[in-house]
Design a protein around this ligand. Sequence first.
Ligand SMILES: [Mn+2]
Length: 342
Amino acid sequence: MKFRKGNQTPAAELAPPRPEVAELAPRIWQVIDDAPVVTAVTHKDADGDTLGSALALALALEPIGKSVPVLSSPPVPGAWWFLPGFERVNRQAPPRGTPVFIFDASDASRAGAFEPVVTQARVVVNVDHHVSNTRFATLNLVLTDAASTGELVYDLLKAWKIDIPPGAASNLYATILSDTGGFRHENTSAHALRAAAELVQLGADPVMLARGLFKSRPASSLRMQGRILQGLHYEFGDRLVWGSISQSELRDSGATTDQADSAIDQLNTLRDQELAILFKEAGPRVTKVSIRSRDRIDAAELAARFGGGGHKRAAGMELALPLKEAEARVLAEVRGRMNDLE
Ligand SMILES: [Mn+2]
């Protein structure tokens, strides 16, 4: 193995990688050791975790002579423009036969337009933290106790003992910041906070990243959120809150479907709320659904009932139904579960 030596920060100051990552790291290195090109694939409707993981790998491997094309199924949400290296996404088509990493994706279909890149690759490395991961790859680095997939990428880079440049550190910090909802969700573990602190030590810029993530919304996004909030429905004594946004409402507010993604987090600020659901009309017969749960309902399991997936507290799915039908179908199931909680 040709591991590079010497992090910018003495290794003694950094926590060792998780044992599970340290154990698999040499085998993962083996598949990329002789490869001049390593492809990094994100999941579709890319979020900060999948993009930050892919970009961190690219920015860490390029200084040691590897070319790392980053592929993300279009349209790539422009909201992530502030991640270092974002401009390289989809700029370079990988040659055939390169090893492929896929990040934060529970199965190959999550790669969207780039699914063939994953399914036709000779070697695939699947790095993820979803409970729903199907372990579809050649090598599966799947640990569900990680706050973000990026946390696992960080452990992997540590295990490989390669330098982590500031741009890679920023991307990895962004994966934790976004997947913990700004250190607010249940996955805000000591491990995640320690990793975040170390990444700042390594040059991640927490102010720039918080600004990019939480203070960079276009006015259209706030206008759209206003629409959603105005039309919310409260049921079961405010323990179920749900809302929706149609294509025409999106058009009127000047916002795009991917901008609606952050609105669910506003619904999730309600006191005593048990379940928050947001329906987004993505097309005449396509409805995207986001779910957030507080204590008693498993959002991932609920989403799985409709072919989706995610985490216990945050999940989603895409239904091949018009908006109103999707609402009726999901709410029937949800109301049943809310009744069971009584
Ligand atoms: Mn994630």
